[in-house]
Design a protein around this ligand. Structure first.
Ligand SMILES: [Zn+2]
Length: 97
């Protein structure tokens, strides 16, 4: 069945349910052991080495080299918000072969 939506975007994609498998592998790991790359200075190291501030709404992790924000995590009554702003990224190690 061709809909106006499939005509506009093509049929070469699937819906977000295709992310369930990969994301379930990502979010069971201990993220603090993962390497985190600062989007500003490029320092890469375990997230556990970040400077974490708890005297604010939620928690803010800052780069231990340049102090830029690596991530913010805020728990609210409706859920947990995770912000990996400023170009920061987490590298999750591949499982052993
Ligand atoms: Zn940095």
């Amino acid at each position: 069945m061709t809909t106006s939506r499939s005509r506009a975007f093509g049929d070469d994609h699937v819906d977000g349910n295709a992310l369930a498998g990969p994301l379930s592998e990502v979010f069971v790991a201990d993220i603090t052991l993962c390497d985190c790359r600062c989007g500003h200075c490029g320092r890469t190291g375990p997230l556990a080495s970040a400077m974490v501030y708890t005297h604010c709404p939620g928690r803010v992790a800052r780069c231990s080299q340049c102090a830029r924000v690596l991530l913010r995590i805020t728990e609210t009554p409706t859920g947990t918000w995770l912000d990996l702003g400023s170009g920061a990224s987490l590298r999750l190690p591949a499982p052993p072969a």
